[in-house]
Design a binder for this molecule. Structure first.
Ligand code: FES
Length: 126
């Protein structure tokens, strides 16, 4: 018996909006508050909302490069999002299977992950 299929993709979009006077930048502001709604409506329009799950998240810790979105699987992080970029990411990456590399975060800002076990050693917890 076939179980309920898992989603093919999750699209985690940062939803943090800090006050304008806050010293740290944030992904969302008065000009782009509709980006997440736009993402969801495009996934519906393309007929793929049941296998691609859009999720609003907290800060992804690369605030100066926002608006940010991480696509899983793959840990693919897109930066500087706008509606045109979302359109291309859906068409080329999500439907077409090709990451839109020109929108992917710079390697200098997204190096290899440190495993939790390594982090515990570095922190002197183990
Ligand atoms: S506020 Fe979006 S990455 Fe930090």
């Amino acid at each position: 018996m076939q179980g309920m299929p898992q989603p093919a993709f999750y699209m985690f979009m940062c939803a943090v909006e800090r006050p304008p006077q806050f010293p740290k930048p944030s992904c969302i502001n008065a000009q782009n508050r509709d980006l997440f709604q736009y993402l969801g409506s495009k996934l519906m329009e393309k007929g793929i909302i049941n296998t691609v799950v859009p999720v609003q998240t907290g800060c992804l810790n690369r605030c100066s490069q926002g608006p940010m979105m991480m696509v899983e699987p793959g840990h693919h992080v897109y930066t500087g999002l706008d509606k045109a970029k979302i359109d291309r990411i859906i068409d080329e990456h999500i439907i077409g299977g090709n990451v839109v590399s020109e929108y992917i975060i710079d390697e200098m800002a997204w190096g290899n992950a440190i495993t939790p076990a390594e982090m515990q050693k570095m922190a002197g917890v183990r």
